[in-house]
Design a protein around this ligand. Structure first.
Ligand SMILES: Cc1ncc(COP(=O)(O)O)c(C=O)c1O
Length: 365
């Protein structure tokens, strides 16, 4: 029996090409599937509550010291713990604030709400136009928005759904400017796709220190294990210990631990996935350019397209071609679409459909 995708998550059942959820169309490492399958034979046993082997492997992979890495059921779950924890950590305030760029990953807002904190957005540049990417972020503007009540600064780098990123230099400016009592969270969910491109740098490459700096990674994107729910958070030992104490016991399943461990080792599969994604993103970008449609060519595994008209009918029109794309109304982006990179064949289908679907949108030059 298959599990039908909910309307909130995926395209309607039966959609041929699912480009709506920033998943990897290249699938998980075959070795990871094998490890997960083997782990199922022991499904009657509780998993390792501490995820010892996976944490050790991630500690090495991330260049960290013992105790500096925790894992959870995806970075979304880790954020749901880390943001409320950080809101209560620091000089007492009745009105804690979580600071993020406008149109950041939606979970930051949900976690702030759970913490009873105000969610404060820092405005970005406007939409893409012509050949120029949109939603440019300004580290100085974020620093200017800090108040005595700010307890968390959270940045998705690169960002979802805008694709915008801060360069290493800009990220350094931001982190260095945040007071020591404020937790800085950098969410690197798309790191593997962004590495080495257009000034992007992971926090680890920066010459920067902050006592409350947390960095998130996930196995859901380039490692293609979204259904298994595994992510990691790295930071100072005291903070990671406190965060790890908040999580549900036995949270990461044995199947997920086994798959993630092997996926981390399968560097060939990862390289093929990243290469295929960047190639597909380039072809999608070239096709949209040819059609004269502005878009943000972000560093994730997706593009953010400007329509200049309500997105809902355009989503419907793509659905008519069996292509599921993501409307962004929950982000206040009523005239934009996010389209994830697919396999080469899926990219062809998307580009083919786009020639008809985008023929009359107002942004077309
Ligand atoms: C910026 C960002 N962070 C985190 C996540 C969530 O990842 P996970 O599947 O690890 O919860 C996503 C997923 O879309 C994302 O775009």
């Amino acid at each position: 029996m298959s599990v039908a995708s909910s309307a909130a998550v995926g395209p309607p059942p039966g959609m041929k090409v699912r480009l709506s959820s920033n998943e990897s169309p290249f699938g998980p490492s075959p070795a990871a599937i094998e490890a997960a399958t083997a782990a199922l034979a022991d499904a009657h046993l509780y998993p390792d509550d501490q995820s010892i082997a996976l944490r050790a492997a991630l500690t090495t992979h991330l260049g960290r010291a013992e105790g500096e890495v925790a894992v959870g059921t995806g970075s979304a779950a880790l954020l749901m713990d880390a943001i409320p924890h950080a809101c209560a950590d620091g000089p007492p305030t009745d009105t804690p604030e979580v600071l993020a760029f406008a149109r950041s990953f939606v979970v930051y807002r949900l976690a702030a709400r759970n913490a009873g904190a105000a969610y404060v957005e820092v405005e970005t540049g406007g939409p893409a136009s012509g050949e120029t990417d949109g939603y440019a972020r300004d580290a100085e503007a974020m620093l200017a928005a800090l108040t005595d009540d700010t307890r968390v600064v959270v940045v998705d780098n690169p960002g979802n759904p805008t694709g915008a990123h801060l360069t290493g230099e800009e990220l350094t400016t931001l982190i260095e400017g945040v007071p020591a009592h404020v937790t800085v969270i950098v969410d690197e969910a798309y790191h593997e796709f962004a590495a080495g491109q257009r000034g992007y740098a992971t926090v680890r490459e920066l010459d920067v220190a902050h006592p409350k700096l947390l960095v998130l990674r996930t196995f859901s994107k380039a490692y293609a294990l979204a259904a298994l729910r595994v992510g990691s958070i790295a930071g100072p030992v005291d903070l990671i210990t406190a965060l790890d104490a908040r999580r549900t016991r036995f949270n990461v399943t044995a199947t997920a631990q086994a798959a993630a461990l092997v996926a981390l080792e399968d560097t060939d599969h990862l390289a093929r996935t990243v290469e295929g994604t960047i190639e597909g993103r380039g072809r999608m970008a070239a096709g949209l350019r040819e059609l004269g449609i502005p878009f943000t060519d972000g560093l994730g595994n997706f593009l953010t397209i400007e329509l200049g008209t309500a997105a809902a009918p355009v989503v419907e029109a793509y659905a008519g071609f069996g292509v599921g794309v993501r409307p962004l109304a929950p982000y206040g982006m009523d005239e934009q679409l996010r389209v994830s990179v697919g396999t080469p064949a899926e990219v062809n289908t998307f580009l083919e459909a786009s020639r008809t679907v985008l023929a009359d949108v107002p942004t077309r030059r």
